[in-house]
Design a protein around this ligand. Sequence first.
Ligand code: AHR
Length: 533
Amino acid sequence: MPLVQRVSPVVHLVLVGLALASVASTTLARAAEKVELSVDTSKTGAKIDRNIFGQFAEHLGHGVYDGIWVGPDSTIPNTRGIRNDVVAALMALKIPNVRWPGGCFADEYHWRNGIGPQRVATLNPNWGGVIEPNAFGTHEFMDFLRQVGSEAYVSINVGSGTPREAAEWLEYMTAAEPTTLAKERTANGHPDPYEVGELGIGNESWACGGNMTPDYYLSQLKIYSRFVRNFNLAQQGKKQMLKIAVGPGGDGPEWTEWTETIMKAYQHHEWSWDINGLSMHSYTVVSWPPLFASVGFGETEYTQILKATLGMEDLINEHSSIMDKYDPQKRVALIVDEWGAWYAPLPGTNPGFLVQQNSLRDAILAALNLNIFARHADRVRGANIAQMVNVLQAMIMTDKEKMVLTPTYYVFKMYVPFQDATFVPVAFDAGTYTQGNIKLPRVDAIAAKDTTGKVWVAMTNLDPNQAVEVEANLAGITAKSATGETLTAPKVDSVNTFEAPNTVVPKPVSAKLQGSKLTLKLEPKSVTVISVE
Ligand code: AHR
């Protein structure tokens, strides 16, 4: 299992002691701090690509089976085997793309096992060694995407597959001409070619994807990029499938060497191969293997995790600057296609299933990362939180017929208006929130203008003890009204459960507008999104 074999691939290492004090932090009444924001809507930046709100669904634990797929004969309400409750909840997130089938699983996935009336039962050696029934295969994944209204980000098997196997999978999915494979797809119920928006050429090829050196991977990348074609006529122009190369998994010399190798080769690449993106994986853990509890922790662990997650900024800067050297026009996107908090498995669960709770801390962590991606919108044009249902930092948790939406779900919902909106710079002095020997910015904020001209401001108050009075100067607009929502809860480790699903849910927040001045109060440990018309 990669869980034990991996050599600290993850990143955001913070040198703090693991004092696992589990006293939950509650709000102390203190005077609110003041923060001034200056939002200049006349100085817009890059488009915040909606693909940074992508999701990841791996065949891992209950991520696919039970979480998405229950089968057509299930008593759980479903459409062609896919849970109706999960689909309805995900639709509200306007998910741009779903990365599938892995993760480490992808480099051992053989697509033929998952098509046709007779499915082959195999094993899932990466994740608990359980039976993989292959009941959820290509057609089921595409059906799920159609129901949710999203696009396919397919990771092909480079580790244990062949270029021919991957090329045939793409032909099976995308060919309109009556080739033998297209006819097989038709016989399996789908005459029209599918669209594949993004193609991941391997996954973590430096570890679970085959322990390749950068040069060895590069040689594979060239072959797969050349031969794995998308034949869908609708995707030959603007909607062209994006080819994503495996990229770094952290900071440090071995990772910069990886990015250097791929990007240097890209700079003068021959006509016969190409890439449109470089992936990056970066989980928030403080030590490896992950020891932090996902619930039942206090302010110390809250700040340790937030400090660790803010390392995403340095990591993006580090790898973007290498990319800038070889690709100043920013043709190749940096795609953070695995990110999120990775904690110790919940006691009593299969450790190979990566089950963890999702608390207010994770909501704040999600907002901070989305803000970082938005600030790097010119290079970061895709990201996939790990993972969508029941695994790691999930949007949704299920247990048989029950379903609960996590605090992270609500952040993704509140941030929907930022999808494809234009970045607007925000200037502010963040102030400092101090806990023990850790110092964090007290607040974080981003702003954007949507296509209707509405301005959106997202603000996070990291301080769990003190409210913040915000005075935002909105230069360049005459605002008429401001409305918004805030997400907070009594404790930093507050969670939603099947029994109490509404502990961490957004509530309306009042903001005052006077001319171009917006004032509002940010509750301690909260995420707030305001729209100004
Ligand atoms: O998301 C869980 C695992 O983390 C993925 O399978 C792998 O790519 C990464 O190591």
